[in-house]
Design a protein around this ligand. Structure first.
Ligand code: CUA
Length: 324
């Protein structure tokens, strides 16, 4: 890595939409400060150790004429190996204890409660007090503390939106809580942070922070049952959905489809991406996904439907993209 590469990493990656070094909330800012303090401390220790190595190398030909009462080497061991770590780690411990409360969940329920359930490999999102269920997209109102309750339907996952708050584990049979309170509208990328199988790296999501009015309109729409198919193609697509097997795994509220293995598709057409941010939500990529999901996201639970006639697959796409 050249110096130019290092500068590029520091200026681009540190400002990416998934970097703890690009905080957008108060808890994330505290974590950022802690991170830089740890980084600086680690660099100092690294510098001292490299300095000692260089010193040892430079003096390697000196004969050992130290007398028995020369305590220099012992002082290096006791000072550098014992006293300094105790002091540094105690300071770091105090710093962490100071930062932790800022990243904790609110003591009681807040105005809005959201439930996020981890699946291999997507995120199910439910809004308390409404029938709205979505996937891989968490919409929240700006400048509003949101109580996020996380758990999992299968293995351990970890919920992490680096620009908004710390990571929190999603554990079977247990509900963990974290607060999201973003002051500014925007899209913040999140990522599963606990290895959970082959699809782990492709288990991402977006937190979409909206002005409160826009958020309420969005939630009203998501809570409503699915739109009726409009046009012959979409109607044919709906019939295919209910007969070729899609409805066994996916729910579309307002229709007989009520599977819970895969994402709820009631308003899938309104989402920005598919397959947990793996591909954009366009008719072309949805068609490819239905045809061969394993090529796009190896390990995905979804079987391919390449054996369906292409016209059926196009009809499915027309129906699903119409569910806005
Ligand atoms: Cu879910 Cu890693």
């Amino acid at each position: 890595m050249t110096i130019a590469d290092l500068v590029a990493v520091l200026t681009t990656d540190c400002n990416s939409n998934q970097a703890i070094t690009n905080p957008a909330t108060k808890p994330a800012r505290e974590i950022n400060t802690l991170w830089w303090a740890m980084f600086a401390g680690a660099m100092v220790v690294f510098g001292v150790v490299v300095g000692l190595l260089v010193l040892a190398f430079v003096r390697r030909h000196r004969s050992d004429d130290a007398s028995d009462d020369d305590r220099g080497p012992y002082m290096v061991i006791i000072g550098g190996g014992l006293a300094a770590p105790i002091v540094f780690l105690a300071i770091l411990f105090g710093f962490v204890i100071h930062v932790m409360p800022a990243t904790s969940a609110p003591p009681g329920p807040t105005k809005l409660t959201i439930e996020v359930i981890g699946h291999q490999w997507f995120w199910e999102v439910r809004y308390h007090g409404t029938p709205a269920v979505t996937a891989n997209e968490i919409h929240i109102p700006a400048a509003t503390p949101v109580d996020v309750r996380v758990t999992t339907a299968d293995v351990i996952h970890s919920f992490w939106v680096p620009r908004l708050n710390r990571k929190i584990d999603m554990i079977p049979g247990q509900v963990n809580r974290i607060e999201l309170d973003a002051p500014d509208p925007g899209v913040y990328r999140g990522q599963c942070s606990e290895f959970c199988g082959v699809g782990h790296a492709q288990m991402a999501f977006d937190v979409i922070v909206q002005p409160p009015g826009k958020f309420r309109a969005w939630l009203r729409n998501q809570a409503a049952p699915a739109a009726q198919p409009s046009g012959a193609d979409a109607t044919r697509g709906q019939q295919a959905f209910m007969t070729v097997g899609c409805q066994d795994c996916h729910a579309i509220r307002g229709t007989p489809a009520s599977g819970r293995v895969g994402p709820d598709l009631t308003h899938v057409g309104s989402r920005r991406t598919l397959a947990a941010l793996t591909i954009p939500n366009t008719p072309r990529s949805l068609y490819d996904w239905i045809t061969n999901p394993q090529r796009i996201k190896p390990g995905a639970r979804m079987p391919g439907f390449a054996s369906l006639p292409a016209s059926e697959r196009h009809a499915l796409v027309t129906y699903l993209e119409g569910l806005r």
